[in-house]
Design a protein around this ligand. Structure first.
Ligand code: AMP
Length: 512
């Protein structure tokens, strides 16, 4: 019986003790070394748990640059029955402070160099400094081993494993809380569906605060495969990026379409032949245009391509489509059918089930992969995780994704659009409201509205006062992440209002 993800690390560390587990720019760690250092971290956490008298199953933040040590820390936290939440080191301070206020971490794992920066967010709790964790010989004692094993034993599969923060429309990010069971179900499906083995090598693109990384991390951990953390800068140098995949014999990638498009648009596939090594090309997180996918397919016709779809709230993905036929450049790619043990309900405005091909509805999901909700945010949780309207007999939660879909003639689900103001920009999930909240707080602004220009792939801000783009960028830089900063500003005397007195987004869209 498997009830927690640590079983994968324990088993793999025995079977593949000396095999490379994770590689980053600074070197590699073996599966045996990974487990040992994770348990050293667990020892430090246990010490704090005892000293401060808190019981486990509490949040622990990880504040580090993207590297293999982050993953080791995640597992150290899990060994103690606590749950992890990565905080991006490039995130502006005020946003990080909001996350910390919501998460209320009991401990923060960071490096000596980054501790001061974390202090500046107003946190005054406990720290584990990665470099020195496990220095104490006691961390390897029999007593410590038993104490950690006991904490792991007490985990049940509905306990939280991680909390990932996504953009929130009111300006406060939402902490999606995912359980051990959600990850076990998902990874069991991934490894079986794509026949992953210990011989595979994954080329990781997704940041660890983004849920796509779950597939990379845990597929490798379960199977004893190799995980290569691709240096971020290579995503701006497509030829070098493909050479990296070739040099490291990467067999599997799971990237956001934006990252794949950089490669296809700049014709990098012409220069580097990956046909002998790259076997699986998986993607998720936003629409994959067939025009770009067709370029990949023409250079690597024998690779397996799969379009995965899903929000963070359903443990990364809930539907999939294995590309099995030709598509013209103009056609849309299906998001396919539900993964096993997941049910998709397409509901119309009256909450009636949509079945045929002639109507659209909102994609709603049921299944054990559903998040427990948004951490410390009952209002947002209640709005998105609701009672299944088709079942009034017993409690039965579904998640309303806000995605509008329809079925095609093959019974496959087709993604159409969003119901709300959430967008995907360069693979990032953004609530336009979060940008508006930041802009509204600037001096001299009385009214603003953000729209997304799909064609130009730009976030456009409408303002009722004159302001230069650069000036706006400088002001927002310390408030919201770089990828949320508008790429264009349109200043008007006043923003048009609709009959309800709200900003008329339809009229503004005409100005794009
Ligand atoms: P995230 O929580 O960051 O994974 O974002 C989830 C949202 O991204 C979904 O609700 C969709 O709007 C969008 N999305 C994810 N995967 C796909 C896909 N394969 N095709 C189109 N949109 C997608």
């Amino acid at each position: 019986m498997q009830k927690d993800v640590l079983k994968w690390l324990d088993d793999t560390a025995v079977r593949y003790s000396d095999k490379t587990a994770v590689t980053d720019e600074n070197g590699s760690i073996t599966w045996g070394g990974f487990r040992d250092k994770s348990r050293a971290i667990a020892y430090e956490i246990l010490k704090i748990q005892k000293e401060s008298g808190y019981d486990c199953k509490q949040p622990v933040a990880v504040y580090m640059e993207k590297c293999k040590e982050v993953l080791v820390s995640f597992m150290g936290i899990a060994y103690c029955g606590d749950f992890y939440s990565p905080i991006d080191v490039d995130m502006p301070g005020p946003r990080a402070a909001k996350i910390i206020e919501t998460l209320k971490p009991r401990i923060v794992i960071t490096t000596a160099a980054l501790k001061e920066q974390f202090d500046s967010f107003g946190y005054d709790g406990n720290y584990v400094i990665y470099e020195t964790a496990g220095d104490d010989p006691d961390s390897r004692s029999e007593e410590t081993r038993k104490a950690i094993d006991l904490k792991t034993y007490e985990i049940i599969d509905t306990d939280i494993l991680y909390v990932l923060f996504t953009s929130g429309s009111t300006g406060t990010p939402k902490g999606v809380s995912i359980t051990h069971r959600g990850v076990i179900d998902y990874i069991d499906w991934v490894t079986e569906q794509f026949s992953i083995t210990s011989e595979d090598s994954f080329g990781n693109q997704a940041p660890f605060y983004f849920d796509n990384s779950i597939l990379d991390i845990y597929s490798c951990m379960k199977m004893g495969a190799e995980l290569h953390i691709i240096p971020h800068k290579l995503f701006f140098q497509p030829v070098r990026l493909l050479e990296y995949l070739q040099e490291n014999r990467i067999s599997t990638i799971f990237w956001v379409p934006s990252a794949m498009i950089v490669v296809s648009k700049l014709k990098a596939l012409k220069k580097v032949d990956l046909s002998a090594t790259l076997k699986r090309i998986l993607f998720c997180g936003e629409v994959m245009p067939n025009k770009q996918l067709n370029i990949w397919r023409s250079f690597l016709p024998d690779a397996l391509y799969a379009n995965l779809y899903g929000p963070t709230e359903i443990t990364d993905a809930c539907t999939f489509y294995i590309v099995d036929r030709e598509f013209s450049d103009e056609e849309a790619l299906p998001i396919g059918k539900p993964m096993p043990n997941t049910e998709i309900l397409v509901l119309d405005d009256d909450d009636k089930l949509v079945t045929g091909t002639d109507r659209t509805g909102e994609l709603c999901v049921r299944g054990t992969g559903l998040a427990k909700g948004y951490y410390n945010n009952p209002e947002k949780t209640a709005a998105a995780f609701v009672q299944n309207p088709l079942n009034t007999a017993v409690p039965d939660v579904i998640y309303r994704t806000g995605d509008v879909v329809r079925y095609n003639e093959y019974g496959e689900i087709m993604y159409l659009s969003r119901k709300d103001f959430q967008i995907k920009h360069l693979g990032h999930r953004i609530e336009l409201g979060e940008i508006e909240t930041a802009v509204d707080s600037l001096d001299g602004i009385s009214s603003c509205c953000c729209l997304y220009d799909e064609k130009m792939q730009k976030i456009v801000l409408f303002l009722d006062v004159p302001m230069e783009l650069q000036d706006l960028r400088d002001k927002l830089a310390g408030m919201i992440p770089e990828y949320m900063i508008p790429g264009r500003v349109i200043c008007t005397d006043s923003l048009p209002l609709n009959a309800n007195g709200k900003i008329d987004r339809v009229k503004l869209k005409e100005l794009l």
